[in-house]
Design a protein around this ligand. Structure first.
Ligand code: AP5
Ligand code: MG
Ligand code: ZN
Length: 220
């Protein structure tokens, strides 16, 4: 039996940070649609050029493009035992599409974990974020600094600040989140799949709460 989870939460809530830690524990891959788009942009693929303008403005990439990319990723063999989705779905049509994609594999979503963080804290987190150009590992200059400034602890890659972390794009991402993604709370609550997690604690404490929520769903 597979375990399939969604991490929901506003920009900067810590979805990527928590998805990586949870992936180590569960042994299933963390799939971030934002990371997949950034990789495509770095490699200047067709997908990357389709996504670039939307991402840099802080808008959502159209559903058809995003769902097609996720369909392809979920079809890879490492997702056979499950997946942790970070940043997908972000709209009701995407959530419906996910349900269909999982159903095609005789699977069903186990839970949508909603990481709650206040607006002030989101802006603090986004403002100090540094990301590894090579492996995507995320740091924060104050809350979670690398051992050596500008260098990734995990792979030695160069750390950079994302092009959508300008104040304008941050504002737009939070606005789009509120309008288009927040309706997914009710969507998942009605299905009995929503689990709220207090995201305004230290990274390890948030992970602890997530693991407690996921433990009953875990298959050994
Ligand atoms: P995406 O990459 O998903 O960005 P996002 O949703 O805006 O979320 P972030 O990655 O900014 O934040 P996060 O929650 O992962 O936080 P993190 O762990 O980094 O999407 C980017 C763009 O791609 C979108 O705007 C859109 O254009 C497009 N896109 C992606 N998915 C799409 C979809 N499904 N449909 C359409 N378009 C899509 O943490 C943030 C910082 O805080 C870090 O510095 C971290 O070190 C720090 N931190 C984390 N946790 C804590 C803690 N507990 N305490 C203190 N600091 C912490
Ligand atoms: Mg992220
Ligand atoms: Zn790295």
């Amino acid at each position: 039996m597979a375990i399939d989870l969604v991490l929901l939460g506003p920009p900067g809530a810590g979805k990527g940070t928590q998805a990586e830690l949870l992936s180590e524990w569960l042994g299933v891959p963390a799939v971030s649609t934002g990371d997949l788009f950034r990789k495509a942009m770095a490699e200047s693929t067709e997908l990357g050029s389709q996504a670039k303008a939307y991402i840099e403005r802080g808008d959502l990439v159209p559903d058809e493009v995003t769902v097609g990319m996720v369909r392809e990723r979920l079809g890879k063999s490492d997702c056979e035992d499950g997946v942790i989705l970070d940043g997908f779905p972000r709209t009701v049509p995407q959530a419906d599409a996910l349900e269909d994609l999982l159903a095609d594999m005789d699977r069903q979503l186990d839970a949508a974990l909603y990481i709650e963080v206040s607006r002030e804290e989101l802006l603090r987190r986004l403002g100090g974020r540094w990301t590894c150009r090579d492996c995507g590992e995320v740091y924060h200059e104050i809350y979670d600094p690398p051992e050596e400034e500008g260098v990734c602890d995990r792979c030695g890659g160069e750390l950079y600040q994302r092009s959508d972390d300008t104040p304008e794009a941050q504002e737009q991402r939070i606005k789009v989140y509120t309008e288009e993604t927040a309706p997914l709370y009710d969507y998942y609550a009605e299905k009995g799949q929503l689990v709220k997690i207090d995201g305004e604690q230290e990274i390890e404490a948030v992970q602890q709460d997530i693991r407690e929520a996921v433990a009953p769903l875990k298959v050994d």
